[in-house]
Design a protein around this ligand. Structure first.
Ligand code: MLC
Ligand code: AMP
Length: 496
């Protein structure tokens, strides 16, 4: 019977440690048996979940990995939820993906209960769903849909990106080959597990390779530095904000600690940055402080990783490198012509087995995002001396903050439900730590006042922390063009 490649490989890793969390080691054998029990519990007498969407809300942990594999082994589609999402955001994912059941650890049941009750969705604890029974698991073809991740775009609500098992496997094998993953590797995991960076690049590549994932919870620079100094890791992956925060901690450390941390970093075989532009200055500062040359790569939820600096050879600051194995990349001009040579900027378009299958329940949007089988990323790049360099995005409405992709339109739609706000425009403004941060220009209803602290508090109940406006400008009117449309570049200029 076709067995998921993950499972087949894990069987050969046996007693090796797959996941470490809260001081406990969990073997590949244990991951196999616990995920089998979860699959049996989910099946609950049926033979196949037939792509039922099962949502789950777990911090990085052995339980997260076991639930993800359990859903997959039972034939379901895994829908990981964000630990940082506000209730309206969770509600959007659960209803849009037509989730049937939600799984959470005991300590998060209380947080989810009111929402699940309101939506009439069964909420199950990890122990409730784990079965001791051994049942036959369904045969799964690679084309089976496996995961839906929510991503913001140029529509007001996030869309569900559907990836099949074949897509995920292609995303993993490209990185395993390009970055030389091996079973002796060990990697810290502090990234959120509702996005590809944490799920695919860190957790899945490691588990595919028989390596060890060390779950650290959310990012804490001091805790990470101590583990690094202990020489616990061979591979390290983060978004640029993480490197900026680590640089600050390294600079603040006394000489003795700084030397220990530097030794720990120097001990690693690979350190990767991605999800947002890594300023060349940060790249160089990192090398100066740790002796490590960061490997920058470029990717997207819809395609996994597409372009990467090489493991061996020049890692060029400010550039993202070349197409990864199995990925075909091209640039096209505004008129849609394919750019053949170097030094001419164009939109990045990608094709290959790693490219997602569809946006969930959005055939028109899916169709519009492809041209002749090529996925349109909406990012601009230029090829220079054989390396791609990212130049920015086609849409001013996409913001990248702390590695999270945010839709200005989604934030505007939420802010417009505020009783005092008549009009608003959200833009990203440059930020040394976050890459970009959210800035909002608002026009208040007559006689209303809007203050940033109160607005932040109001927004916290409705949006994740990174979507909350960090800067506010009160205007009598928003700058508009002759057609009456708000001009975002003019608004960005107001924040300079
Ligand atoms: C949080 N804060 C922000 C913010 N996020 N302020 C401005 N802009 C932001 N984006 C504020 C909080 O409100 C809080 O304020 C304070 O900063 C600390 O918040 P925190 O959440 O504790 O921060 P921290 O844990 O340090 O988070 C930083 C981070 C996190 C970098 C670890 O943002 C993160 O995990 N980012 C990674 C996201 C990711 O994985 N993206 C990949 C997407 S996939 P106060 O006032 O309360 O102290 C993808 C494809 C690809 O992009 O190519 O990989
Ligand atoms: P997401 O939709 O969250 O998967 O984010 C994908 C987006 O992150 C891409 O479309 C790019 O805009 C951005 N991105 C990822 N890696 C890089 C990088 N190395 N440099 C610049 N932008 C990046």
């Amino acid at each position: 019977m076709p067995e998921l490649e993950f499972v087949r490989r894990a069987q050969s890793f046996g007693t090796r440690v797959a996941v470490t969390a809260e001081g406990h080691d969990h073997s590949y054998d244990s991951l196999l048996s616990v995920s089998e029990g979860i699959a049996a519990g989910l099946l609950d007498g049926s033979t196949d979940l037939d792509e039922e969407r099962v949502a789950f809300l777990f911090a990085a942990s052995f339980e997260y990995a076991a639930v993800q594999w359990g859903i997959w082994r039972a034939g379901g589609i895994a829908v990981p939820l964000s630990l940082f999402a506000a209730d309206p955001e969770l509600e959007h994912v659960i209803t849009d993906a037509q989730v049937d059941r939600i799984i959470a650890p005991e300590d998060l049941l209380e947080k989810l209960r009111p929402l699940c009750d309101r939506l009439s969705k069964p909420l199950l604890s990890f122990s409730q769903i784990s079965s001791q029974e051994s049942v036959p698991l369904p045969e799964l073809e690679d084309g089976r849909r496996a995961m839906i991740l929510y991503t913001s775009g140029t529509t007001s609500k996030p869309k569900g990106v559907v990836s099949t098992h074949a897509n995920i496997q292609a995303q993993i094998t490209a990185l395993v080959e390009a970055w030389g993953w091996r079973s002796e590797d060990s990697i810290p995991l502090f990234l959120p597990l509702h996005h590809v960076h944490g799920i695919v690049n860190v957790q899945s590549c490691a588990l595919w390779s028989g390596a060890k994932v060390d779950c650290l919870g959310s990012f804490d620079a001091e805790a990470v530095l101590e583990r690094v100094a202990d020489k616990q890791y061979s591979v390290f992956m983060g978004v640029p904000t993480i490197y900026v925060k680590l640089i600050r901690s390294l600079e603040a450390a006394d000489e003795k600690d700084r030397a220990r941390y530097r030794d720990g970093f120097a001990h690693m075989r690979l350190m990767v940055s991605g999800s947002a532009a890594l300023p060349a200055s940060v790249h160089e500062q990192w090398t100066h402080l740790t002796g490590q040359k960061l490997l920058e790569r470029y990717g997207m939820t819809e395609i996994g990783m597409a372009i990467s600096n090489p493991l061996q050879g020049e890692r060029r600051p400010g550039a993202v490198g070349m197409a990864l194995p199995g990925v075909t990349v091209r640039l096209t001009s505004e008129a849609g012509d394919v750019i053949e040579g170097e030094n001419e900027p164009g939109e990045i378009q990608v094709r290959g087995p790693a490219v997602f299958s569809e946006y969930w329940n959005k055939p028109d949007v899916t169709q519009a995002s492809f041209v002749g089988g090529w996925f349109r990323t909406g990012d601009m790049a230029v090829l220079e001396d054989g390396y791609y360099r990212i130049m920015g995005r086609l849409s001013v409405d996409i913001i990248k903050s702390g590695g999270y992709k945010l839709s200005a339109l989604e934030i505007e739609a939420t802010l417009l439900t505020h009783p005092a706000i008549r009009e608003c425009a959200v833009v990203g403004v440059p930020d040394d730590t976050w890459g970009e941060s959210v800035a909002v220009a608002v026009v208040a209803h007559d006689g209303e006042r809007i203050e940033l602290p109160a607005l932040k508090e109001w927004a916290t109940e409705r949006m994740s922390a990174y979507k909350i406006p960090k800067t506010l400008l009160l205007l009598d009117d928003l700058p508009k063009n002759a057609m009456g449309k708000v001009t975002k570049p003019a608004i960005q200029d107001l924040f300079d």
